[in-house]
Every structure is written in structure tokens, then in C-alpha cells.
Design a binder for this molecule. Structure first.
Ligand code: BDR
Ligand code: CA
Length: 312
């Protein structure tokens, strides 16, 4: 499976990169970075460091958009640590980025791809939206976009209604979710289901495998910040479902992104769960969105956690 990762590394993007690069059946063609969990330069630094931890081959990594399309960068609280990746004190990587922009890397990788490629979007979708606007003729090279973003039934993690990746750049999310491309949305609902327990993280931190040890330390750091006895593997769950969707409950729904200026609702993913009759009613109320996506509503958490741990 050929994939491109779009990341804002981030503790859980780090776990996702470890999973993707250490799964033998997955070929990571490239990684594009965007501002989100931290400013862009720190995101790039973290991404290169975690590739070292993974022992990954020379995967092209590109720095992308510095800010969302319409808003300023707003960092999350210290959930991801001061450096955005759990402050592990990892050495600076000898790797470097390609000399051109992430959007150009997407263009080159997709142009060269013999078969359509799956993009796994784990961050605000600024790079992807700019790419689609600049090179719409390459859209047929995208097989599917698997997005960690949004909230299905659960509440938001940034505003009461909005999930972080969508809230950072709702306009970019709107461009992608109304693109008509095949999309799988991995929202906060399954995101909050797959977790490493404290006792598991403790064992991991003593593992002889460096990637396992680092993943254990990342999970332990998250537990400390949240004062919890478990840590969600977050973005890594989206990668796991992209690799193997067989143990996920996936349902198709019309979707739209709320773009009004209200702080309580901007960036909310409005997923239309009404039945076909209700959706079709041509009243003065909202008809429905013309765009549908496959929403991961629930996952076999133990299965995907085992997949993650085995890959490490
Ligand atoms: C998402 O937001 C980021 O903080 C995480 O890396 C994840 O992609 C969760 O809302
Ligand atoms: Ca992320």
C-alpha cells in the first residue's frame, strides 16, 4: 500500500509515523508537514526525529503551509509538550527536508505514482486544500483521503463542537470535504476508543525495541498531562484503519463543515444522520449536503491497538 502522510507532529502524529513506517506492507512515499500542534519549523524537526526513531528509510519530507488559509496559528495547550512531541530530548536528526514546498512534493509524488495513492491526513488540511486548488487535474491520482478529523456523535476537543484539525483550518477542511473525492473520516469517536493503558506503557518504556520504548514514553507523558491511566493512540488509529479497515464500523453520511464565525460552532463537522425521507424534505430547513463521506463510527479497539504494538 502506497501512502502519503500529512502531519503536524504532535505526540500522536509521532505514533502514527512509527506505525506507518514500521508496517512492512506500507510504503510511505512522502510526508508533508503543516502548522498545527506547533509552528511549522518545530513540526518538521519532530517529524525528522521520529523517522530516526523508526529507523525509516530516506522518505522525502517537505515543509508546507505556515498558517491556516484564513486564520492565525493557535497552538493547543501543552498536551503535546513544550516541543510538541512530549519533550523526549531526542537528538536533532541528520535528515533534512526536500528543498521545495509540501504542495510541490504532493504534485511530484502524485504525478509519478503509477497507481492512485491514499493520503492520510492527520493535521489541519491546509496543504491538501492548496494542492487541490492548484493541481485539480491530479485528483484522479488520489485513491482516497483518510482524515483524522471531526466529531460524529461525541463532543469537540477544541471548542464544544469542533475537533482540533478541522477547527484550525475549517476552510481547508471544507475544500477537502466538498471535493467529491473518496474520503474516510476517522473522527474523535474512534480516536477516543483506542488507548494504551498505564501498565502497558510502563512495559513499553523498558522494551529492547527503541520505537516501542519511545512510544511508551510518549504515552506516559500524555497520561501525566491528562492525569489519566491511559493514552489514546490518536492519529495512529487513523493510520491503522487506513491500512486495515476490516475491524471498523464505517457508515456513509452527508457532511458539511460549519464555517460561520460563531466561536461555539465554527469548524464543527455537521454529519447528517437523518433518514433518507427526512433528508429529502424540501422545507425551509437545511436540505442536506451534496457531499458524503465514509465515517468511522466505532472500531475494534483491541485489534487496532494490537496492530500498533506489533508494528512497533
Ligand atoms: C488531532 O489534533 C491534534 O492535536 C492531534 O495530533 C490529532 O491529529 C486530534 O483532535
Ligand atoms: Ca495530528
Amino acid at each position: 500500500m502506497n501512502i502519503i502522510l500529512d502531519v503536524d507532529t504532535g505526540y500522536d502524529d509521532a505514533l502514527a509515523i512509527l506505525l506507518a513506517t514500521r508496517t512492512p506492507s506500507v510504503n510511505v512515499l512522502g510526508i508533508t508537514c503543516v502548522a498545527g500542534n506547533h509552528y511549522l519549523d518545530q513540526i518538521v524537526t519532530n517529524t525528522l526525529k521520529i523517522l530516526d526513531v523508526a529507523g525509516a528509510p530516506a522518505i522525502p519530507v517537505a515543509a508546507g503551509c505556515l498558517t491556516p488559509l484564513m486564520e492565525v496559528v493557535r497552538l493547543p495547550d501543552r498536551l503535546h509538550g513544550g516541543d510538541g512531541m512530549a519533550d523526549l530530548g531526542l537528538p536533532i536528526s541528520p535528515r533534512s527536508t526536500v528543498s521545495f514546498h509540501a504542495v510541490e512534493l504532493l504534485r511530484r509524488l502524485l504525478t509519478d505514482a503509477g497507481q492512485p495513492v491514499t493520503i492520510v491526513a492527520l493535521a489541519p488540511m491546509t496543504n491538501l486544500a492548496v494542492f487541490l486548488r492548484m493541481y485539480p487535474h491530479l485528483r484522479h491520482k488520489i485513491e482516497r483521503i483518510v482524515i483524522m478529523g471531526g466529531a460524529h456523535i461525541t463532543f469537540g476537543n477544541t471548542s464544544p463542537t469542533a475537533e482540533f484539525n478541522i477547527r484550525c483550518d475549517p476552510d481547508a477542511a471544507h475544500i477537502i470535504l466538498s471535493s467529491g473525492l473518496p474520503i474516510t473520516l476517522y473522527p474523535l469517536d474512534p480516536f477516543r476508543q483506542v488507548a494504551v493503558r498505564q501498565d502497558e506503557a510502563e512495559v513499553m518504556t523498558h522494551s529492547a525495541s527503541w520505537p516501542t520504548q519511545i512510544a511508551g514514553r510518549i504515552c506516559a507523558s500524555v497520561m501525566k498531562v491528562f492525569k489519566r491511566d491511559h493514552a489514546f493512540i490518536g492519529d495512529a488509529g487513523a493510520v491503522a484503519v487506513a491500512i486495515d479497515p476490516t475491524r471498523a464500523n464505517i457508515q456513509r453520511f452527508p457532511i458539511t463543515v460549519e464555517l460561520s464565525g460563531s466561536p461555539a460552532t465554527r469548524g464543527m463537522t455537521v454529519i447528517d444522520r437523518r433518514n433518507a425521507y427526512q433528508r429529502a424534505s424540501l422545507t425551509e430547513w437545511w436540505h442536506t449536503s451534496a457531499y458524503e463521506c465514509d465515517v468511522v463510527t466505532e472500531v475494534d479497539a483491541n485489534y487496532y491497538k494490537a496492530m500498533f504494538l506489533a508494528a512497533l
